[in-house]
Design a protein around this ligand. Structure first.
Ligand SMILES: *[C@@H]1O[C@H](CO)[C@@H](O)[C@H](O)[C@H]1NC(C)=O
Ligand SMILES: *[C@@H]1O[C@H](CO)[C@@H](O)[C@H](O)[C@H]1NC(C)=O
Length: 335
């Protein structure tokens, strides 16, 4: 079990810290991955994507999403970034799979199928928040979909699950899928590293251009390593999977295991990962970081959640994702 002070602070004391927190509704759910499988119409596994509608099969790092997008699902209207994760499925006793829907977070209940996104400069009460915002063309991934053991998952900090007893539960994070039914759903938490090499906007594994603090943690204001000296905001996704209609224990496997699997075939939860393509307009993110913004951020343009809900894309890889499926989309095996 991990207990992260950040989650507690995020909930109870947001006004003390600069902590940009907002909602982005679902843009599309489909098998595309312009980071790992650019140009491939039909990536190996299914994703749920939020953010600007410049999301595409390929995304040229030299083209700013804020120039090509015409709308965004995020409440900060200058954020045309894309954020995505895998999709959770319930595996029935008869072997079929049903997609688990996403629901809006506390305060963002009107959000249709989206996530909560945070950019946090620091959570230290005493340290002056000073971070360099991501630049045009920046992208990164955290987590590894092939991982299936706790030892592997521990190579990443803070890719976790919260078994929601109610909508406000923020303690008891685990690296594996919760083993018991969660009364208010399962929150997947994806926190990215906070140190950048200052040079590369991306790297072959989409990870090695960023790093964790060399000692301590982001939460304890640990220093960045000399290889990755530039402190960037902590990007953090909270995704609330509404597992409640699958909570009846009679639907669960009789061997005592839990029934949820990721779209990449992971029934352990250790392969939790998230993807990011920066797409803020101009210097909007840096401005927000410099002005100690929270949910309310006067320096940024905002739009309502219902307006964000209207920004959506049609599936380019057209396939059934909502029936009782005999296999995971793309034929991804459970392993
Ligand atoms: C996606 O890419 C295709 C092929 O390059 C292009 O025709 C289409 O306009 C793009 N769509 C969006 C939303 O950018
Ligand atoms: C498999 O199980 C689910 C959940 O109980 C049920 O809704 C579905 O109809 C079943 N499918 C088949 C082919 O039996």
């Amino acid at each position: 079990m991990l207990v992260t002070p950040y989650a507690t602070l995020a909930l109870f004391a947001p006004s003390v810290y600069a902590l940009l927190r907002f909602s982005c509704s679902q843009l599309v759910v489909e098998r595309l991955d312009p980071l790992v499988n650019p140009g491939q119409t039909g990536s190996p596994h299914l994703h749920q994507i939020i953010g600007g509608n410049a999301f595409n099969v390929s995304m040229d790092p030299n083209a700013a999403p804020s120039d090509t997008a015409t709308c965004t699902t995020c409440t900060f209207a200058e954020d045309f970034s894309n954020y995505w994760t895998a999709v959770m499925f319930f595996k029935a006793k008869n072997g079929t799979f049903k997609r688990v829907p996403i629901k809006g977070n506390v305060g963002f209940e009107a959000s249709s199928g989206g996530m909560t996104v945070y950019y946090t400069p620091t959570i230290s009460n005493t340290a002056k928040a000073s971070v360099t915002a991501f630049k045009k063309g920046f992208r990164m991934i955290i987590g590894n979909p092939t991982y299936r053991t706790e030892a592997q998952a521990k190579q990443f900090r803070q890719l976790t699950y919260t078994c929601l007893q109610n909508a406000n539960t923020r303690t008891g994070e685990t690296l594996a899928f919760p083993t018991k039914p969660c009364p208010a759903g399962i929150m997947a938490n994806v926190r990215f590293p906070t140190c950048w090499d200052g040079v590369n906007l991306d790297s072959p594994d989409h990870m090695s251009h960023v790093a964790y603090p060399s000692s301590g943690t982001f939460e304890t204001n640990g220093p960045c390593p000399s290889t990755h000296p530039v402190k960037v905001p902590q990007l953090f996704y909270e995704v609330i999977w509404d597992t409640t209609k699958f909570n009846d224990k009679s639907l669960w496997p009789t061997d005592g295991s839990q029934p949820f699997v990721w779209s990449f075939g992971d029934a352990t939860g250790y392969g939790n990962h998230g993807d990011y393509v920066f797409g803020w307009k101009g210097d909007a993110l840096q401005r927000a970081m410099d002005s100690n913004c929270n949910i309310n951020c006067p320096t940024l343009k905002t739009q309502t959640i219902p307006t964000g809900n209207k920004c959506a894309q049609q599936q380019k890889v057209v396939e059934d994702i909502d029936g009782w499926l005999t296999e995971l989309p793309g034929g991804m095996p459970v392993s």
